[in-house]
Design a protein around this ligand. Structure first.
Ligand code: 8YV
Length: 327
């Protein structure tokens, strides 16, 4: 008898096909996510779950699914999963690190450039038929070349972003829980470790690339925004809860910072409606890792982890090896 798994969102058909060779698979074929009650009901008799970062895997859900042995999350972030509860219940959890570093770093630059140079606002203006004459002061943005790039959270994606700044002759400052070894700092365009306040004060463009947890909730709020330059750009490609959206909206509206690029939101897919009234923010629907090749690599990586777990191997991206001792 093949172990039963649940795939919580529609994924690439070839990945479903591959998983079907190893498992009895139930998939969500719809565009709409299941409610938490429906997810619990469908997961009840399953041994494995293939999830995205959008499913909330709570302690209650884990307790309600006694057969569950493995959760493969198709994302590098795993703040959607109660990892401690999973570990206590002997449920393995894996993520998909590394395969998305470069694609997500590319997208950070896309958002930064779009926000700093008013790509969104100027395109909306053109499409609205307002381009009738030239003005010296229309859509003046902030330069990237020669500017100071600040990175809060210098993991693998942060370092990939920093490497790309070489072409723009930028100076890179960063803050992180721990300072990187000198070799990695050198590879990241000679990034310089500074304290958080220093980073906020000195960055012309600030990129948020830190994982979300209780400790990083609202890491950027009113007090932090107040330290930033009025000409600064803020880009968040990490998780919504890292920024206090209401405080950011106020800062953008009052031009206490110049612009923002946001790929993630506090309650996504819902987001604060006041963002829509602001012309100095570029908004995208959590697509940082969304290149065809990378999303395929993420799905394949999650599938590899599930298959390994049920073949008696240690999943290559296991986050909680302690779970093996509980089982
Ligand atoms: C995912 C992400 O595409 O990897 C992550 O942590 O946020 C994105 O790359 C998305 O969350 C779907 O799981």
């Amino acid at each position: 008898m093949k172990p039963k798994i649940l795939i919580a969102r529609a994924i690439f058909p070839e990945v479903v096909e591959r998983l079907s060779c190893h498992f009895a698979v139930e998939t969500n074929q719809d565009d709409l996510p299941w409610s938490s009650a429906e997810l619990a009901q469908r997961l009840h008799d399953k041994q494995g779950l293939f999830s995205s970062a959008n499913e909330r895997i709570t302690a209650e859900l884990i307790a309600a699914c006694p057969q569950l042995k493995m959760i493969a999350n198709m994302a590098v972030g795993f703040n959607n999963i109660d990892l401690d509860a999973a570990t206590r219940a002997g449920v393995m959890v894996s993520n998909t690190p590394d395969v998305l570093n470069e694609t997500t770093a590319d997208f950070a630059w896309a958002l930064l450039m779009a926000a700093a140079r008013q790509v969104g606002a100027s395109e909306r203006w053109l499409r609205a038929g307002q381009w009738k004459r030239w003005r010296y002061d229309a859509f003046l943005g902030a330069d990237l070349h020669g500017a100071t790039l600040g990175i809060l959270g210098m993991g693998r994606i942060g370092q990939a972003i920093a490497r790309r700044s070489r072409g723009f002759d930028m100076q890179v400052l960063y803050h992180n829980r721990t300072q990187l070894p000198a070799t990695l700092e050198a590879a990241a365009n000679h990034a310089q470790f500074v304290d958080k306040d220093d980073l906020l004060r000195r960055a012309d463009h600030l990129l948020l690339v830190l994982p979300y947890s209780a400790a990083t909730h609202h890491a950027i709020g009113a007090a932090e925004l107040a330290l930033m330059k009025p000409t600064a750009t803020l880009v968040n490609i990490a998780r919504g809860g890292i920024v206090d959206d209401a405080a950011l909206i106020a800062a953008l509206r009052e031009r206490r910072i110049a612009a923002a690029g946001l790929d993630v939101f506090e309650n996504e897919p819902a987001f604060h409606p006041d963002f829509l009234a602001l012309d100095n923010v570029v908004l995208t629907p959590h697509i940082g890792s969304a290149s065809g090749a990378t999303r395929r690599a993420m799905a394949t990586c999650a599938a590899d982890n599930l298959i390994a777990a049920f073949s008696g191997k240690t999943p290559p991206n296991l986050l909680n090896p302690q779970a093996l001792r509980q089982g």
